[in-house]
Structures are given as structure tokens and as C-alpha cells.
Design a protein around this ligand. Structure first.
Ligand code: KE4
Length: 424
């Protein structure tokens, strides 16, 4: 496979950007290759600058649920851009998108638009702290909620009363109020609430953990979180940046029938444009400026082009619920192919699949938390990644990311991918 133009572009890019990329995972650091430079994408395919074609299961890390460059979304954006790119003033489309989100997720009684998932999570936590007057928060080992300082914490054991920053440049004091529990481990959560009575403003969780590969919540785990946060006056935040509009039009909160106090959305809600949202119960969101005392702002928040893309994307998903059955079925076929590969070739591999999210782990243990995910054989993953790429299939270049299926992946492409997997 000729990748000479990508290589040349990469040599230029690394002179100007750390690792030649604008987000670390794109650097292919986990898989020992230099990244491909993408020229364009359409439907289920991406095309690199050397003209190579790939079936894409990264889907830009989730936004691409309809496939790349969906004609109706492109048309909506084209119509919007000619009227101007940004006004820094309210527009009708912001209210329209809020109403669509509320129709899909009624727990989002009031909301605020921002430009990234990181910003949505950072702001939701600030609102929860402002609403409760408390400082501490709980997150889960292996869950990722963007790169705001307080959330970049070493995934310590649940007994840890405070957390160590996971990144240079984050003062220890910035993470002292961040407590870390273990995903799918109720005891670890109970212990933190017992040791920090009345002090926990919020508990934030990915209702399906999709940043340690894909780890579904154990039966009853989300209900347990809903109950213990309610008992303690703690705000339950569902970080649905990945699961929102992915597991269903109502996200994980509809899929699992659990109502959080606040939700963060990103990726799909902007249809691929820079757009994210945080929101929830009205009395919490009324703490946010200019109504309340929790300050939060953004030049491009609710951007008129991004809202055009988001509205059209959400409208298509609401009008075509059959999309979810289709993409879930495709993901099930892929999961089966991985299981067949593991059984017939005697490979240590297990698969988790939830809706149209899945992850093949190179470990023989069933993965239900971060430590088990981290025990995967990363060399085996790296070799697998290379074989898939060399055969025209683009999966995430990291064991700790999800595989995303879109409505544009045809039965033929899913079958072709399954054949490749079973004959790796
Ligand atoms: P952004 O700031 O990247 O828009 O969103 C942060 C975020 C928040 N919450 C969840 C559950 C997320 O998965 C993310 C970002 N997801 C990663 C992929 N696992 C983005 C890809 C990247 O970092 O380049």
C-alpha cells in the first residue's frame, strides 16, 4: 500500500504540531505506524492522500453515525454557511436544536451549547458544584471525560481519598477534589460516599464506558448509581458524549431507562461540526450565568453552522428509528466474527458489544472494568490493527477506543469485514 504522500505530509506536520496531530490518539502511537492523512470521506469510506480507500469504523470517534458527508446534512450546512459563519448572538436554530434534544432526552429540561465535549463536562461539573455548594466529585477509573484539569486524574484505587494528576501541568491541588471509583464495582462507590458524607457535588459516569474499549454497565449498576446519588443529594451526570444519539435517539438514559440529573452530549449532536451540550434539571441549569452565579461562556457556542448540521442529523435519527436496529445488527455480526476468529484460531480475544459500539480485546478474560481492559496484549492489538489497515479496514489505532458502526455501512461491507476478521 503506497503511503508516500502521507509520510511526506507527516514529516511536515511534526515540525508544526506536537506529534503532527491535533489530538494525541490520531498519532497512531499505540500501533507503531505513522498516521494516514485523510483527503476526504463519504458514507462508510475514508480516502487517504495516496488514494487508498478504507471502510471506516472510527467514524471520527463517533459523530459519523449516518456515514460521512450525508447529503442532507451537507445541504443543511451549505444553506447555513452562505448566511454567515458566526454572529455571536442568539439564533432560532439553537432553540430548535434544544427542543429536539429535549424531545429525545426529557431529562434535559434546560441546556447550554458549547464547542467540545471537554467544555460540556467541565461546565456541567461547575454547575453541579454551584448548585450543591459542594466541591468533591466522583469519576470512574478508565472513564474519559475530556481534558479539563480536574478530570485528568491517575486512576487510583477507590480507597484513595484524593487523586494524582494524570498529566503534567496539572497542579495536584486541582485534582484533590476528584475521587476515583471502579467501574461496575458498587462497593468502591459506597466507600467513597461513606468517607465523604455530604461533600460530593457530582458523580460523573459514561453509562457505557467507551474509553477503555467498550465496557457495558453490569445489570443494576446504573440504577445503583441513580439511587446512591439521590440518597446523598449528589448530582448524577451521564456523560453521553459517545452514547448520546448512539445507543438510541434518547441515548443510554433511554436505552437503560435511567434518568440522570444532568447529561453531557457531543459528537453526534453536532453532526460532525464542533458542537456539544450540557444540561439537565431546570433548577440546576438556572444556576448558570446569566441567570445564576455559575459562570460559563463561549464565542462560538451554538454556532449557526454547527446547529444546522446537528438539527439535520438529529431529525434524520428521530425520523428513522430503524437505523438503530440496522447498526446494532451490523455490530452483532462483527462481534460474532471476532468470537469465531478467537475460537477457530485459538486466539486470546474477547469482545464487548453494546448497540453499535464494540471492542475486541486481546485478552482471554471477559472485560468488565479498566484493569481487565489494561491487561490486553497491546502487541497483538498492534499487529491486528496493521493487518486490518493493510486490507482496507480502518479501526481505532488504540485498544482503548470503540469501534463505531454507521448507517452507511452496507451489508456487503459488514460481510467483507467479517471475512477479514475471521481470516486475520
Ligand atoms: P471532546 O472534548 O474530545 O469533544 O470530548 C471529550 C469527551 C468527553 N466525554 C467522552 C465520553 C468522550 O469520549 C470524549 C472524547 N472522546 C475521544 C475518543 N474516545 C475523542 C477522540 C480524541 O480525543 O481525539
Amino acid at each position: 500500500m503506497n503511503t508516500s504522500t502521507s509520510e511526506a505530509l507527516f514529516q511536515e506536520a511534526i515540525k508544526m504540531m506536537p506529534g503532527g496531530v491535533n489530538s494525541p490518539v490520531r498519532a497512531f502511537g499505540y500501533v507503531g505506524r505513522n498516521p494516514l492523512f485523510i483527503k476526504r470521506a463519504s458514507g462508510s469510506k475514508i480516502y487517504d492522500v495516496d488514494g487508498n480507500e478504507y471502510i471506516d469504523y472510527v467514524c471520527s470517534w463517533g459523530p459519523g453515525i449516518l456515514g460521512h458527508a450525508h447529503p442532507e446534512v451537507i445541504e443543511a450546512v451549505q444553506k447555513a454557511v452562505v448566511d454567515g459563519l458566526t454572529f455571536g448572538a442568539p439564533t432560532e436554530r439553537e432553540t430548535k436544536l434544544c427542543k429536539l434534544i429535549n424531545a429525545c432526552m426529557p431529562s434535559m429540561e434546560m441546556m447550554r451549547m458549547v464547542s467540545s465535549g471537554t467544555e460540556a463536562v467541565m461546565s456541567a461539573i461547575r454547575a453541579a458544584r454551584g448548585y450543591t455548594g459542594r466541591d468533591k466529585i466522583i469519576k470512574f477509573k478508565g472513564c474519559y471525560h475530556g481534558h479539563s484539569d480536574g478530570l485528568l486524574v491517575k486512576a487510583g484505587s477507590a480507597a484513595l481519598t484524593s487523586s494524582v494528576p494524570d498529566s503534567a501541568g496539572v497542579p495536584k491541588s486541582f485534582t484533590e477534589k476528584t475521587l476515583v471509583a471502579l467501574y461496575n464495582d458498587e462497593e468502591s462507590v459506597k466507600e467513597l460516599f461513606e468517607n465523604n458524607k455530604g461533600e460530593i457535588a457530582a458523580l460523573i459516569v459514561e453509562p457505557v464506558a467507551a474509553n477503555m474499549g467498550v465496557v457495558p454497565p453490569k445489570e443494576g449498576f446504573l440504577q445503583f448509581l441513580r439511587d446512591i446519588t439521590k440518597e446523598n443529594g449528589t448530582v448524577l451526570i451521564f456523560d453521553e458524549v459517545i452514547t448520546g444519539f448512539r445507543l438510541s435517539a434518547g441515548g443510554a438514559q433511554e436505552y437503560y431507562q435511567i434518568t440522570p440529573d444532568m447529561t453531557t452530549l457531543g459528537k453526534i449532536v453536532g453532526g460532525g461540526m464542533p458542537m456539544a451540550v450540557y444540561g439537565g434539571r431546570k433548577e440546576i441549569m438556572e444556576c448558570v450565568s446569566p441567570v445564576g452565579k455559575v459562570y460559563q461562556a463561549g464565542t462560538l457556542s451554538g454556532n449557526p453552522v454547527a446547529t444546522a448540521a446537528g438539527i439535520k442529523t438529529v431529525e434524520i435519527l428521530m425520523d428513522h428509528p430503524e437505523i438503530y436496529a440496522q447498526i446494532d445488527e451490523s455490530a452483532k455480526k462483527l462481534a460474532k466474527a471476532y468470537e469465531t476468529y478467537a475460537q477457530t484460531k485459538g486466539v486470546d480475544l474477547t469482545v464487548n458489544q453494546v448497540g453499535s459500539l464494540l471492542c475486541a480485546y486481546f485478552t482471554k478474560e471477559k472485560v468488565d472494568n479498566y484493569d481487565k481492559a489494561a491487561a490486553s496484549d497491546l502487541d497483538a492489538f498492534s499487529s491486528y490493527f496493521g493487518k486490518m489497515l493493510d486490507n482496507g479496514v480502518y479501526v481505532a489505532p488504540s485498544q482503548f477506543e470503540a469501534m463505531f458502526v454507521s448507517a452507511a455501512h452496507t451489508e456487503k461491507e459488514i460481510a467483507k469485514t467479517c471475512d477479514l476478521i475471521m481470516n486475520l
